[in-house]
Design a binder for this molecule. Structure first.
Ligand code: SIN
Length: 335
């Protein structure tokens, strides 16, 4: 649906979430169903405020993002790839639930051509709220997608621009629910204008920053061709997350290995520390060919690893993003 016409085209892909949520009672911020209002309707709610941009809406899905999964990720990546290849498209906006938004953003950062901006946005209040936050977030996201020179996958929420690599949902109900930790914000959206605080994300923001660039890019190229071109018959590798805590054991890891898990991310305590029994089980798993990465359950900071570590660290990725990195690395190996 074209909302107005001009030469600068931004495609808005709807996937659901609270931004598209509807409550039976106006003003109810909790008792709503996510993913009900269509993306065309969300754009209509902007009125004429996105003037100067030609908005094209496409409904890719209508889900609560807690139910996000591999098939939908692949479908979304394919639609982004399609639109990014059109010369007249300046950028893409994706409306998405907040709960797994950081995972989808990181996944897309890994598989898309990053020469143009892909901007994920969301809301913490449903579209039917007394004061919904979705319309402003959507307007800000469109402004970012239409900004000359913008590129890479970013998340726009509450006037902040976060990189896909650094962004994390850190609050369960506040409107400004996301943080970028030590990496900091990419920028701010101030009355429709972008103020850049650091460079836009690039391809190297994806995974192992210690790897030589050419090597990192060749892994990324393999990942792109698998995700966009067709999965191997074996499908998506199985990668799970386990947690360290007081009294943790190796039972879950042993059970996962018995079920044929291919990768495990462990969310360690503090600087990635692990209970002796959990560590022993993870080392047994590695001896059987399971790939293991060690992240931290701390919201901020990263695991500072050393070359002597028995279990490699996750290079600053949160547990959920380390899982995606491992999943994609395994997929590239299988292809
Ligand atoms: C969802 O993630 O789809 C629901 C929660 C939200 O968008 O805030």
């Amino acid at each position: 649906m074209a909302v107005n016409s001009s030469s600068l085209k931004v495609v808005v892909l709807g996937t659901g979430g609270t931004i598209a949520g509807r409550a039976s009672r106006a003003g109810d911020n909790l008792g709503y169903t996510a993913g009900e209002v269509g993306v065309s309707q969300l754009l209509e709610s902007l009125g004429g405020f996105a003037a100067g941009v030609d908005l094209v809406a496409e409904q890719v899905a209508q889900v609560d993002s807690k139910d996000m999964g591999f098939a939908l990720w692949q479908q979304l990546a394919a639609r982004c790839d399609h639109w990014l290849a059109q010369a007249d498209v300046a950028g893409i906006v994706i409306t998405h639930g907040t709960d797994t938004l950081e995972e989808t953003a990181y996944f897309l950062q890994a598989v898309l051509n990053l020469a143009k901006p892909v901007v994920l946005t969301c809301a913490m209040r449903p579209a039917t709220a007394l004061v919904p936050d979705g319309p402003q977030n959507l307007l800000d996201a469109v402004a970012v997608a239409a900004t000359p020179g913008a590129h890479g996958v970013v998340v726009v929420c509450a006037g902040n621009i976060h990189s896909a690599r650094d962004v994390q949902k850190v609050h369960s109900y506040k409107v400004d629910a996301f943080a970028s930790g030590d990496g900091g914000l990419v920028g701010l959206v101030e009355e429709g204008r972008v103020r850049l605080l650091r460079p836009w994300p690039s391809a190297t923001d994806f995974y192992e920053e210690k790897k030589p660039l050419a090597q990192a890019l060749s892994v990324q190229a393999a990942i792109k061709s698998v995700v966009l071109g067709g999965l191997p018959a074996s499908g998506w590798p199985r990668v799970e997350i386990v947690l360290n805590y007081a009294g943790a054991s190796g039972l879950l890891v042993d059970a996962l290995v018995a079920q044929g898990v291919q990768g495990i991310v462990v969310a360690g305590t503090g600087n990635g520390t692990l209970h002796t029994d959990l560590q022993a089980a993870l080392l047994r798993a590695m001896a059987q060919g399971v790939r293991v990465l060690r992240s931290t359950r701390c919201v901020f900071g990263r695991v500072l690893g050393t070359a002597a570590d028995a279990i490699p660290d996750a290079q600053g990725l949160s547990p959920v993003k380390a899982r995606i990195a491992l999943l994609l690395a395994l997929l590239a190996l299988q292809a």
